[in-house]
Structures are given as C-alpha cells and as structure tokens.
Write a protein that binds this ligand. Structure first.
Ligand SMILES: NC(=O)c1ccc[n+]([C@@H]2O[C@H](COP(=O)([O-])OP(=O)(O)OC[C@H]3O[C@@H](n4cnc5c(N)ncnc54)[C@H](O)[C@@H]3O)[C@@H](O)[C@H]2O)c1
Ligand SMILES: [Zn+2]
Length: 386
C-alpha cells in the first residue's frame, strides 16, 4: 500500500449556465405570463416565492406586484430592502438569507424574486448564492443601471471597507425580466448614472451605439427611456446585447482583460471615498474621462474622438472630474486594481470609438498628465460641464 500522500485524485467538472434575459412589455399586466412563468406558476396550482423588493419600488409598484401575484395564485412572502449604496452590506445579505429561512423556502423549486436597482440585484444575488450554497433567483431590475448592467450578468456582491464589491460571488439568475416602464419614476440623476454604463459599452465596442447616444442625449430623460420608442429601445437593447456578448464567453472572469472593466480601474477604490458621495455611474464617468485622456496623451485616440467622448459624458450629466481623484489616490487605486487583475494592470484604453487595447505600463507621471488634461478640458468647456 502506498503512503497516503501518494494517493492522488483529479476532479474535473463543468457547470452549465443557462439563463434568459428578456425585455418585456407590460410585465405587471396579469395577462402577461412572463413573471408567473419565472416563478414557476401556472395560475392553478399554488406556488410560493420570496419577493425582496427595494423599499422605494415597493411604495411605487408594490400594489401592482401584489395584484399580479394574486392573479397567478402565487403566495409571495414580502421582504422590503433598502436600495441605496450604504445598504450594500454583508449584514443586508445575511438578513435576506434569514427571510429565506423564515419562510422555509424550498431549495430548488421556490424562487427568490429580486426587484429593484443594482444594489438589490447585487445583495439578493449574494444572499441567493450563500443560502444552502445556492438557490434559484429571478431578477427584475428597475433602474437603468440595473437593466443594462447589474441585472444581466452573473456577478453579485456587497461593499466592504472602502472597497466596492469586495465580497461577492458569481451566481446566475434563472431569469432576468426587463420592463423599461419602471424607468419612468427613476430620478434624473439615476438615469444619468445608468447612462455611464451605456456610454462605456459604446466606447469599448459599439461605435453605432455611440452615434445613437450623441443623437439621443439632448432628449434623454426618464420618460423617454421608459417609452418604448425605437431610439430608447435600440439604445437599451444594444447596451444589453453588447454586455452579454462580452460576458458570455468569460462568465467567471478567467480572462482578466475585460473591456467591460473600462471606467472600472480607478473608480472601485474611490467611489465610496468621495465627499459628497458619487453614484456608481458618476465614479465610472470620472474614471472613463481619465482613460480617454490617457489614450489621447498616448496618441491612441484622436483629438476629435477625445472631444466627442468627453462631450457625450457631459451631455449625459456625468462628472468628468472629482476632488477625490487626485494623482496620489488614482495611483493608489491602480495598485489595488493590479491585485484585482492578478498582478498586471490590464487597463482597457480606447484605440478609437468602439475599440480597446489593454495596457500594462501606465506610469504615475502619465496619470498626473491625464488628470491635468481632463481638468484643463473641463475648464475650457465650462458651459458643457455645468
Ligand atoms: N453586478 C454587476 O454586474 C453590477 C453592474 C453594474 C452596477 N452594479 C452595482 O449596482 C449599484 C448601482 O445600481 P443603481 O444605480 O440601480 O442603484 P440603486 O440600486 O441604489 O438604485 C438607485 C435608487 O433608485 C431607487 N429606485 C430603484 N428603482 C426605482 C424606480 N423604478 N423608480 C424610482 N426609484 C427607483 C432606489 O431605491 C435607489 O434609491 C452599484 O452598487 C453597482 O456597484 C453591479
Ligand atoms: Zn459598473
């Protein structure tokens, strides 16, 4: 018999991922079966689910959700949850697992339904991945960031220390249902916030989307994004399609060169340190502006495209500078990003509108010159940055 250390087993397995992301019109209309099917309901047999709903969304749409669940014979345990960034904590995720426990949710057949913005998507996703090591959940994103980004991928997370999403998991929903009608009540600042992630997708891979955004931005507001007009639908659908085509081949981030990390190199360390606070998309906006300047200063992005990119961010109401993005803190943030990206910078920089290249040799001096470029640009375009 060999000694125990001489025994060796190799275990290999693959986990299939299969989920649907759908744009749905009239999600809360009882004649629309999309949500009922996502809950496993047929209207005859009683089914149960746990609804975790952003408390603002509960105020605005709770009665319509309750009517819908009633019409489909779905017994919904109701768990309102705070939906702002300060509530994106491990304690909140644990509180949601306790609600699962309190209702005695069945491990495979009963679903958790997450309804709200990116915060509720991320916290409920983490809770669902923790509870009994993973139970099925459905996402119904109700903000623009939720609909084009946080609601469509497989990442979950909560903030920890000063850092965004420091604790998290990969856990695919069973279904994501997107009804743009929810956007009608989203505050203007949060529409702008979502625009940051759409501009990101345009900059890294979709020049046509960029042109659509240039046309649409002067008339963008919550009502316009909620209406199913051809322009707003195309903008949202292109952003989702672009995001999914980047995520699908690399769901677990085995490749750390991710173009969707554009604008997410420096911001994850600085978003929570800004005073007054920055929304996620606003911090991404400042990071993108720095990256546009870095690409310009390296001769990778023409002056004309640099102006177009910065102009579009300003037209979307996004900041391009912020006091917390000092040269020192941006350099420090880059050092943390290097750890996140396993020892290399892997910074996506635009090589034109709609394409990126990854760089690994950014210097502190370049960061300083990039910040100077954006400050000077903002000073010369005061009426646009106002
Ligand atoms: N997991 C991912 O891949 C991913 C991607 C992008 C962003 N995120 C995360 O998403 C979060 C930001 O999401 P967010 O911008 O949706 O913020 P949020 O969830 O805080 O929602 C913003 C505000 O809108 C309110 N709200 C939600 N729906 C509404 C509606 N229909 N009408 C009126 N008010 C409504 C909320 O109560 C909240 O006050 C960040 O934490 C970010 O890190 C995650
Ligand atoms: Zn983001």
């Amino acid at each position: 018999m060999p000694n125990p250390p001489d025994y060796s087993w190799s275990v290999q397995a693959q986990q299939p991922v299969d989920y649907q992301v759908s744009m749905v019109q009239g999600l809360l209309d009882p004649s629309n079966s999309s949500l009922a099917r996502a809950c496993g309901a047929d209207g005859v047999r009683k089914v149960r689910c746990l609804v975790v709903v952003d408390d603002v969304v509960d105020e605005l749409y709770g009665d319509r959700f309750r009517d819908y669940f009633g019409a489909w014979n779905i017994e919904a345990a109701w768990q309102p949850a705070p939906g702002d960034e300060t509530a994106k904590t491990l304690e909140q995720a644990v509180a949601i697992t306790e609600a699962m426990s309190a209702m005695g949710i069945l491990r495979r057949t009963e679903k958790v339904i997450a309804i709200g913005g990116g915060v509720v998507m991320d916290v409920v996703g983490l809770a669902a991945s923790l509870y009994r090591r993973g139970i099925p959940y459905v996402r119904i994103p109700t903000t623009l960031i939720g609909q084009v980004d946080a609601g469509v991928g497989v990442k979950t997370g909560v903030n920890h220390g000063h850092h965004k999403n420091r604790l998290g998991s990969y856990c695919a929903p069973t279904t994501t249902l997107i009804d743009t009608e929810f956007l009608r009540t989203v505050e203007p600042r949060h529409i702008n916030n979502g625009m940051a992630e759409i501009i990101k997708m345009a900059l890294v891979k979709d020049a046509d989307l960029f042109e659509l955004l240039e046309i649409a931005m002067p008339v963008v507001d919550a009502g316009m994004m909620a209406d199913r007009n051809p322009l707003s639908i195309e903008i949202i659908a292109r952003a989702i399609a672009g995001m999914l085509s980047e995520l699908e081949p690399n769901l677990w981030e085995s490749v750390l060169e991710r173009s969707v990390d554009y604008g997410h190199t420096f911001s994850p360390s600085l978003e929570l340190r800004a005073d007054p606070p920055l929304l996620h998309g606003e911090a991404v906006g400042v990071d993108m502006a720095i990256c546009v300047a870095l690409a310009h200063n390296r001769g990778m992005l023409s002056k004309e495209d640099t102006d177009r990119a910065l102009r579009l961010m300003c037209a979307a109401g996004l900041p391009v500078t912020d006091a917390v993005f000092t040269a020192e803190l941006v350099s420090e943030a880059l050092r943390d990003a290097v750890k996140h990206r396993d020892g290399m910078q892997r910074i996506p920089l635009t090589t034109g509108i709609g394409s990126v290249r990854f760089v690994n040799d950014l210097t502190d001096d370049e960061i300083e010159r990039g910040l100077d470029f954006v400050s000077q640009w903002a000073a010369e375009h005061r009426e646009e940055t106002a």
